[in-house]
Ligand binder design. Sequence first.
Ligand SMILES: Nc1ncnc2c1ncn2[C@@H]1O[C@H](COP(=O)(O)OP(=O)(O)O)[C@@H](O)[C@H]1O
Ligand SMILES: [Mg+2]
Length: 219
Amino acid sequence: MIRFENVGLRYDMGPEVLRDLTFEIRARSFQFLTGPSGAGKTSLLRMLFLALRPTRGTITVLGRDAATLKRTDLPAIRRRIGVVFQDFRLLDHMTTYENVALPLRVRGKDEASYRQDVIDLIRWVGLGDRLDAPPLVLSGGEKQRAAIARALIDQPDILLADEPTGNVDPPLARRLLRLFMELNRTGTAVVIATHDLALMEQVEARRLVLGDGRLDIYD
Ligand SMILES: Nc1ncnc2c1ncn2[C@@H]1O[C@H](COP(=O)(O)OP(=O)(O)O)[C@@H](O)[C@H]1O
Ligand SMILES: [Mg+2]
């Protein structure tokens, strides 16, 4: 679904922070992206999401060379990739319901066509009693789940999550992991960037491990 070939990345005139990355994220796959802080996990996720261009190498997304995509092609491709940012990026003046519904509203969909889907998804992530609450009154774990619901509302083929358990206690981290696995069973490819070893020990899954700018893969 997404393929990297000899991808390298540097910021400005700095050293290459990622080099010679060659790997594939397959449809319906589940994997952790790991490595110490500063290893390049967030940078790699941003390239997967086409928010950051590599300085060398080739990225192929859904069969198309990312370098040749036109700006007008991007929204349709990004819609198939759900992203949960480390800092959530929820809008403070909107309720949980409005935040989760936003991607559909932006696309001009009629609210009647999605209202129940939004409510069902918010219940699925365990926020059924927080529908009308703004982010300011949500706990870190609740914001995390709202951000996950927003990433999923448009039924992406692939979900990218950046340190999704970074702000939650271990029981909730396990719950979130189960949520991601359930999502994966329904056919969505999942990439979880994390440096939480305890979390990764809970499931047998492919690991993409970043260190010294390079990637090792453990299938
Ligand atoms: N916008 C940026 N400009 C310059 N350097 C950056 C930028 N973002 C990240 N870096 C550098 O790239 C390296 C990888 O960072 P990052 O992708 O955030 O790693 P991780 O998510 O694994 O902690 C770090 O050395 C970081 O300082
Ligand atoms: Mg990071």
